[in-house]
Design a protein around this ligand. Sequence first.
Ligand SMILES: [Zn+2]
Length: 170
Amino acid sequence: MSLEQLWAGWRHEYVASATAAERAGDDGGCVFCRIAASGPPSADNLVVWRDDLTLAVMNAYPYASGHVLVMPVRHISRPGDLTVAESAGLWEATRQALDAIESAYEPDGTNMGANLGRAAGAGIPQHLHLHVLPRWSGDTNFMTSVAGVRVMPESLVVGWERLRQAWPVA
Ligand SMILES: [Zn+2]
């Protein structure tokens, strides 16, 4: 993965904390568990929506504006470890994320999915999460293919505000 991003002021801290979490090898070091423990949605924790089982947070290392991560609150790595309630909550929050993204960004399409395990491309494989993000025709064009660069046109906080307002449930 040679792709670099122009607007990535948050990236260092995120990658550093993720690496530290992996080294620590325990739940206390997991960046997603820290987000889960950070309280109600706010511009500080960038959580867009949550309940007791599931949360949605802006991806600190986005592929596009409006890139959300949906995950169980509980620190588990495999879909097979989800309870039935967690599984239902994860899918419902993913559905809501798609609704919010479509409403806030009016994209041409969306991607949703998960990378399970380091070999599959997961940055934080120890805490299950689904990626949901808007896509536009031609958004992998010129800058990506020619320069190996993606341009992020808005900050994470602006994206958080847009999705928070567009989220279909309180
Ligand atoms: Zn965790």
